[in-house]
Design a protein. Sequence first.
Length: 534
Amino acid sequence: MTQPILIDSASFSKFRKKGCVYVDKTAYLHRLISAANSCFFLARPRRFGKSLMLSTLKAIFQGKRELFQGLAIDKTDWTWEKYPVLHFDFSFASSATSAEEFAHNFPHTIKSAIVETGGTYKSDDTPEANFGRTIDELSMAHKDRADKTDEADSDKGVVILIDEYDDPVARLLHKPDEAEKVREKLASFYGQMKGRTDKIRFLMITGVSKFTKMSVFSALSNLVDLSFRDDVATMLGYTEEELDAYFGEHMRAHAEKMGLDDGTYRAELKRWFNGYRFGRQNPATVYNPVSIGNNLESPENFFQPCWADTGKASMLMNFLKRGEFLSHDLDTEMKVLEQAFDVTNIHELRTIPMLFQTGYLTIGDFDSASRLFTLRVPDEEVREDLASLTASVMAQQDVGWVATLGGLLLGGEWDKFLTGLKSLYAGLPYGSTEAAVHECSFERVLMTFLRAQGVQCTAEDRQASGQADVVATHPCGVYIFELKVDESAEAALAQVKQKGYDAPYRAADRPVWAIGLNFDRQTRQLMDAKFERL
């Protein structure tokens, strides 16, 4: 019987007790918990399995061997000793819209974790003071218990697991002063681990970004950053081999549902969802887990973008409100130094590192001589959502507005669509950002908008009689755009027909449209637009 796919939980216990597909990553975890070093940090985009990894580590250190039968770690010499585990999930900040609201929620989160582990929380003390005292008390209690049970040679101490450590700050990046207040509060909290590393058996901190001034990185001089380590590059996410081993039956069923042969199906699956690389020298790429789970469980006969809908990071969404976004051509590869990924000054964030940390860009290559990373968009799913984000920033509208405009195009409501397209160009910012907007050509704006609708686009489509500016194909139709500057939409439309740009598409079993657009060089506005079905 095919194992069910669990998509609504990050609980390792739930995966195992319900008999759901669990991609066994415990060999990686066993190496980490058995290593000489015991304090680790790992940055990955949202919805990439960080919470499930921490839940798995928690079960290991709680000695729940029965949950690991048949997994890699069960075949090792791990002793399954029970440790006190402090597990903090800071994604609670999703509802915090200010430093004041964070300060109200923070004590409840810390108290919950401490009480769950068997510690005591004193309401007249600060959350950070409670955290430091709990480490001392639980470490001492564990040592006493180990001594009484003849486990004197075992490692003592508390296990600390911190999920989404940076989320409270990330939620407020559009309010830098508020974000700084939250950062200072968290710095005091994380600082409680300084001087207590001998009482910590194992520490794993996960997040999206590396906020180097968060104190945790200065307080813990032995903190090992795993973010770009080649030996753990595929510890999160699914490799091709793991897809075959764990999801073979699911993929065969999905391919049949889509009417595709195995080779075509796997190529499309890879194009849509595989492209993330996390190692400097390790070139292996991985599939996004949430995208695979949702698509293989879906009753639909097409691929659906899922990660973008479930994984939009507040860090990026809030940062985009601060500008500096439109000056980059995200269709091209870009090079950055590793230091660019560390967030040192909340007031001086940069677009490219933010896009990388939130999963919209990934490693394409790494040059060890120059220490330069080449970054690229990972896959089709992300490319489509990035186009949607870019279009919404261009138009100074929300993503829903862009999607509605796309619906007008695909639905053939031409008058409304062309009116909306004029609004898209009219929304481009000017003034101090004029130079950046100038680099963003009329064609690039159009291509970005079309890609946001899941439309396949070709710029400068070469044909025997010339080249069309933009050709977009979709099950709803073929759209041939010709752009003119300081001429007329009629002239653009006439060129499409005169040059026969529609010739390669005449046999298509869908309507073919010619769209002429004319822009004003001075105002850079879309002044006139005409359409005709060919």
